[in-house]
Ligand binder design. Structure first.
Ligand code: SF4
Length: 262
């Protein structure tokens, strides 16, 4: 039976209202990420105020107070296994690498053993990690090079490290910092984001951010600064939804998109 005209009009009005609400809801959901992207773009262009030296000092004082002895999350037992773990971690998560390395390091935890193990066997042991074919090739080649040119030891200079297959500036920085205690700054995706977003160290490339951080961070904090910033990016200043409300440097941060008042 056909509905009376008045009843039909009411149903149409209700449906329109519901559609309107749904659209508004969608817009509201999109708003925060859009604002965040805009704020990140602004920060990327260096359009936010710089930090004073006192503010930089205060930020790292707080990181140090909260976590006096920060540790990297890649499992390793010596400088060589650290180097291999970092090479394997390119474009992969530390957790994913940590799942594969116990088997690999049980089979070979020195350059000599790894070189003997050979590329095919290494490939089999790391096949759960992204880009494993190239990485296995690099690990086999770098192990051989360490045996042939460095008496089976991991070298302590940047030049020698960067000459190894699969080792770039970031990997060299991690090894120099963790294995040899050098005050280096390995800029990964988290540190690059934090440097720009907070205004602490704006830069268009990882190298620019690295240089700025090295120039700004007080020497007494440099040893652990890399770990503090990575942990901050991994667990607090997240890429999509930074947890500003539980951030220890929220009042110092210059990001226009932060969700707490300065
Ligand atoms: S307040 Fe903290 S969590 Fe929020 S954007 Fe700034 S540094 Fe990141």
């Amino acid at each position: 039976m056909a509905k009376p005209a008045a009843k039909r009009a009411t149903i149409v009005a209700k449906t329109r209202k519901q559609l309107g609400k749904a659209k508004a809801g969608k817009a509201a959901r999109l708003k925060a990420p859009q604002q965040q992207a805009k704020a990140d773009a602004k920060a990327m262009h260096g359009d936010i105020p710089p930090w004073t030296d006192a503010q930089v000092d205060e930020a790292f004082r707080r990181f140090a107070a909260r976590e006096p002895h920060p540790k990297g999350e890649l499992h390793h037992t010596n400088a060589f296994t650290l180097l291999v773990a970092v090479v394997l971690s390119a474009q992969a998560t530390d957790a994913g690498v940590n799942k594969a390395t116990p088997g690999l390091f049980a089979a070979a935890d020195t350059p000599e053993k790894m070189a003997k193990l050979g590329e095919a066997h290494i490939r089999e042991l790391v096949k759960t990690i992204g880009l494993y074919r190239t990485k296995a090739k690099n690990v086999a080649a770098l192990a051989t090079m360490l045996v042939e040119r460095h008496h089976g030891k991991v070298p302590r200079t940047r030049e020698e490290l960067e000459a190894l297959p699969g080792v770039g500036r970031k990997t060299a920085n991690v090894v120099l910092n963790i294995a040899f205690g050098e005050p280096t700054m390995a800029v990964d995706t988290h540190i690059f984001r934090i440097g720009n977003r907070t205004g602490l160290a704006p830069g268009k490339t990882p190298r620019e951010v690295e240089d700025e951080l090295v120039a700004r961070i007080p020497a007494k904090y440099m040893q652990h600064a890399h770990h503090w910033l990575i942990l901050h990016g991994r667990y607090t200043c997240l890429a999509r939804k930074p947890l500003c409300e539980r951030c220890v440097i929220a009042d110092l941060c210059k990001w226009p998109g932060k969700t707490v008042a300065a």
